[in-house]
Design a protein around this ligand. Structure first.
Ligand SMILES: [Zn+2]
Length: 489
């Protein structure tokens, strides 16, 4: 806080930013204005000149730049990386100030592994040593002690709950097991979780039926939490999966987020023309949104049931063959003289990038008023999908400015105000006096992603600086300077 002497009648602020293009996160038209910050909060906002000259302890002229709420990454697997690499450079360098962790049924808490390694997809968060949090409170405490550069909003994963409480996860949970999982969910929600997630597509979660999910969801709705789901099927049965997700959420009385909405597989291309109206129709007043990343390729474990010659598959990591990372499966198969299935089996355990989507579908989902931007980046992969480093500038630069899918205000809304509302993040996501000063200054004319499938870890360009909870945390020239993030809900 400023300790400078006050001149009578004149406010003093820690920071004053002048002549910025104010994009306030609500989707409203932008305007040129000034914004002041004191402590952790936005203290004033108005037209140029409303904040007296010299009122800021530090002042910056933002002519030519946009000033927006810090971006909220609605879909991440950053549970462990916020502790291991708390500078969070891949995210804060994109303007991200909050990450939603614990998606797809996968979360670090509340589960530990003793003698067995975490089964896929739990290994997307790192090895057994990563899972050291038997309760959500223990994880919350670790986040508080590390103080990452970005805020963390945490979901509890259904796979984590099942592994923590069931001796056999290949069946539906019994009443007693549901009660145990419910107690863990209740503990999590009381200690700051924002909601929970399922990954019904995954073997650790697939045996749970809609009844098990709805009964657990009620422990979350009791605390006002949200439900996010990686649905059972994003391929041929995507419509049935949407029906299941919406009816389960309605049953549990939780708002619903359909994760990384897509229609995967070549013969399903174009079907977002069906799915998006279908979601709105079945939602019928219930709160339903989707998250989406701005790329036509997905990424997860290398899975036998996803091997195909109908689209390219790139290896993101391989435990036995790290030298094959970044190469295409079909090229490795040719080199080894094996078929695709045999090649994939030999690479295991491994992760992959699947070029499984249609660009027109990606654009349709991005353009939908239901969609929020979420990177789904995998920070532990050796050769990650470029979404980890590029998602937010790609939406602002490529899709909003260059392709013209929507205007800048809409793009920012999909990564700030809408996301904060859906996840119930209070006093975040909009530029409003009294809200937390999570801010990003960027150059709308030049902002661009630079990460590619070939070079996936290149930082974006056009982000000038990022403030988290009122602390100047990242600057383009200096990188990460301070860390001010915390667990939020
Ligand atoms: Zn997922």
């Amino acid at each position: 806080m400023s300790q400078s002497p006050l001149r009578r009648g004149q406010p003093r602020y820690d920071w004053v930013f002048r002549n910025a293009r104010i994009v306030d996160g609500t989707g409203a038209p932008s305007f040129i204005g000034d914004l002041a910050v004191t402590g952790e909060k936005i203290a004033a906002l108005g037209e140029p000149g409303t904040i007296p000259p010299g009122a800021g302890e530090s002042e910056r002229d933002l002519s030519g730049m946009a000033l927006a709420p810090g971006f909220i990454d609605s879909h991440t697997h950053d549970d462990r990386i916020v502790l291991d690499a708390p500078d969070m450079l891949p995210k804060i360098s994109q303007g991200v100030t909050t990450v939603v962790v614990g998606n797809c049924g996968i979360s670090l808490a509340p589960v530990t592994f003793t003698d067995t390694p975490p089964p896929p997809p739990m290994n997307l968060l790192g090895g057994a040593e990563a899972y050291e949090f038997p309760t959500f409170a223990a994880y919350a405490d670790a986040v508080a002690r590390k103080r990452p550069a970005v805020n963390v909003a945490a979901l509890v994963g259904h796979s984590a709950l099942r592994i923590a409480t069931m001796d056999d996860i290949s069946r539906k949970a019994t009443d007693a097991e549901i009660a145990k999982m419910g107690a863990l969910l209740d503990e999590a929600m009381r200690n700051g979780a924002a909601g929970w997630s399922t990954g019904l597509f995954y073997p650790t979660n697939a045996a749970a039926d809609a009844d098990e999910v709805a009964r657990l969801g009620r422990y979350v709705s009791a605390h006002g939490g949200v439900y996010a789901t990686h649905m059972r099927d994003e391929f041929d049965n995507v419509l049935a999966s949407i029906d299941e997700a919406v009816s389960t959420a309605r049953n549990a009385r939780t708002p619903l987020v359909i994760s990384h909405h897509k229609c995967a597989g070549v013969h399903n291309w174009g079907r977002t023309q069906q799915t998006l109206p279908h979601i709105e129709a079945v939602a019928n007043g219930h709160s339903v949104n989707v998250d989406v990343y701005p790329y036509a390729a997905g990424s997860t474990n290398l899975r036998a049931d996803l091997i195909t010659d109908t689209y390219p598959i790139m290896i993101a990591w391989s435990r036995p063959y790290p030298e094959m990372t970044g190469r295409y499966l079909i090229d490795i198969a040719a080199e080894w003289g094996l078929d695709l299935d045999e090649t994939a089996a030999r690479l295991q355990p491994a992760g992959a990038i699947y070029f499984q989507m249609d660009e027109a579908d990606v654009r349709r989902v991005l353009s939908s008023p239901l969609s929020m931007i979420g990177s789904d980046g995998l920070p532990h992969d050796d050769h990650p999908h470029p979404r980890l480093w590029g998602t937010f500038p790609r939406v602002l630069g490529h899709y909003a400015r260059d392709v013209g899918l929507f205007d800048l205000e809409t793009a920012v809304h999909k990564m700030t105000g809408l996301t904060a509302k859906v996840f119930g993040l209070e006093n975040r996501g909009t530029l409003t006096p009294g809200a937390y000063a999570d801010l990003v200054a960027f150059r709308p004319d030049t902002i661009a992603d630079r990460s590619t499938y070939e070079q996936p870890t290149l930082p974006s360009s056009g982000i000038e600086w990022v403030m988290v909870n009122g602390g100047m945390s990242f600057q383009a020239e200096q990188g990460v300077e301070e860390r001010h993030g915390r667990l939020i809900n």
